[in-house]
Design a protein around this ligand. Structure first.
Ligand SMILES: Cc1cc2nc3c(=O)[nH]c(=O)nc-3n(C[C@H](O)[C@H](O)[C@H](O)COP(=O)(O)OP(=O)(O)OC[C@H]3O[C@@H](n4cnc5c(N)ncnc54)[C@H](O)[C@@H]3O)c2cc1C
Length: 440
């Protein structure tokens, strides 16, 4: 026991040293000097979540004279990567809630309204009260919309009762999901998990939640009384083939049954009945607990604008038509799309935001100074995939499905490690908050 603790202490000390070095490197990279320009360019940012706040912080530092305006009605800031932890009963709800105000840099204006209309031809945004805000440059960072309505019979008011969970909907829903899941973990029964047919934020979270529920059942001594199913609309469990295979093997090992090409289309919440569509027809499954992850799409303000892709794989959910390396709009050169709204092949994580924002900002600054930027975003994203309480796999990859290792020789990507769990549960939030402040 003594030896074990001392090994863990050493590991933590090494992790802290590596983490500090990584944060210092991030900070140095992020501290690109203010540019020598007295440009009073008007820059509007739609959305003050992870990507909007990080953009405002970078821009404020680099363009001290510019007029920067954030538009967002939401006063609370949600640390969404923590929703899974709240839903697992590991963190309290307040762990994921803070205020938007505390991350807004000095000298940045905030209009506390939603954007109702974006007109890239006229170069203005209209807010929900009808106020017209003109811009020279626009950054769209309005995240995505959870489309629970696309699942017939789904009612978010049921989250937390009658065996319905969904950590995605927000902090309250995550806490309520923990109530429903922990009751299920005590009793056992049939548990259903899965993901939507659309692109989604944090594609690892539905997998994590199945693993965590399995572990909670084991800890409660009820695993023998439970049957767990994971139903994916795709032919794989994860978009990166080697990761998909690893998860399949782990699911097999834990007795979680996998079903491919099964899309959740309707729910009868009163009868606890879920209907899935597959190439073979429809299947009805009775459940005692279901974790619902809804289809996702661009928010209405983007769907109703000329900004979405017109065809191709990103058109159906109206993701923004941006260049995958520069995040610049392909038809409106003074418009950028960062974060979940960007129609790019990988991402929709806070980790992607961290690498996308400095690139988009550098291109915008380059336009102002007349010195074009050569910065490129390669699709880097990461996912600390919890596989049981106390263990996670840190998975990092890019557009080409290349696996990365930020901690070579220390954290192997496809291994279930305690140190990756520590990163997810302790180290990720400080890094995220530094990112909002433009320091990571
Ligand atoms: C359950 C869950 C687990 C996750 N786990 C991880 C993880 O482990 N690691 C990781 O890196 N990422 C994770 N993520 C994903 C990560 O949180 C998101 O990818 C990230 O927050 C995206 O940033 P964003 O700024 O694009 O969107 P958001 O942070 O969602 O911000 C969007 C903002 O736009 C605003 N907005 C919307 N519509 C309008 C409008 N019309 N006008 C003005 N403003 C508008 C919203 O109010 C919001 O403030 C997870 C997400 C969830 C839900």
């Amino acid at each position: 026991m003594h030896r074990f603790d001392s090994d863990r202490r050493k590991t933590l000390a090494r992790l802290a040293a590596i983490g500090a070095a990584a944060l210092a490197a991030d900070a140095a990279r992020a501290q690109a000097a203010p540019v020598a320009t007295d440009s009073k360019a008007r820059i509007v940012i739609v959305g003050a979540g992870a990507a909007g706040l990080a953009s405002a912080s970078h821009l404020r530092r680099r363009l001290p004279q510019a007029s920067i305006t954030l538009i967002d009605a939401r006063r609370d800031h949600y640390y969404q990567p923590g929703f899974t932890l709240v839903g697992a009963g590991i963190k309290p709800m307040h762990y994921v809630v803070s205020t938007t105000r505390e991350y807004i840099p000095q000298g940045v204006d905030w209009i506390e309204e939603a954007a109702a209309e974006i007109d890239p031809e006229a170069r203005h945004v209209v807010t929900s009260s009808g106020r017209k805000v003109g811009y020279d440059f626009l950054i769209v960072a309005c995240g995505l919309e959870l489309n629970y309505g696309a699942i017939e019979g789904m009612d978010t008011a049921w989250i937390g009762r009658d065996g319905v969970g969904s950590v995605y909907q927000g902090p309250q829903a995550a806490a309520a999901t923990w109530q429903a899941m922990s009751a299920f973990a005590e009793r056992g029964g049939v548990g259903l998990f899965g993901r939507p047919h659309t692109d989604m934020k944090c594609a690892g979270a539905p997998l994590k939640y199945a693993f965590i529920t399995d572990d909670r059942l084991r800890r409660a001594g009820s695993r023998g009384k439970a049957e767990l199913h994971y139903l994916a609309p795709q032919k794989v469990l994860f978009s990166v083939p080697i990761v998909s295979e690893k998860v399949r093997m782990l699911f097999q090992d834990r007795g979680i049954r996998t079903h491919y090409e099964h899309q959740l289309v309707s729910l009868d919440l009163g009868r606890r009945l879920a209907t899935y569509r597959s190439p073979a027809g429809t299947t009805e499954l009775q459940y005692d607990f279901i974790h619902v992850v809804p289809p996702m799409r661009a928010p209405e303000v983007v769907r109703n604008s000329p900004l979405p892709w017109q065809d191709g794989p990103f058109a159906r959910e109206s993701w923004m038509e941006v260049d995958r390396e520069t995040l610049r709009h392909k038809r409106y050169a003074n418009v950028f799309g960062v974060g979940d709204i960007a129609g790019v092949p990988k991402g929709k994580t806070a980790a992607s935001v961290k690498w996308q924002v400095p690139v988009a900002v550098d291109h915008l600054v380059g336009d102002i100074t007349g010195k074009p930027s050569a910065e490129k975003y390669n699709g880097y994203t990461s996912c600390p995939l919890i596989t049981r309480l106390g263990r996670a796999m840190l998975i990092e990859f890019d557009y080409q499905d290349n696996l990365y290792q930020s901690f070579p020789g220390f954290i192997a990507p496809l291994e279930e490690l305690w140190v990756s769990w520590v990163m997810k549960t302790m180290a990720l939030k400080p890094t995220y908050l530094s990112m909002l402040r433009g320091r990571a």
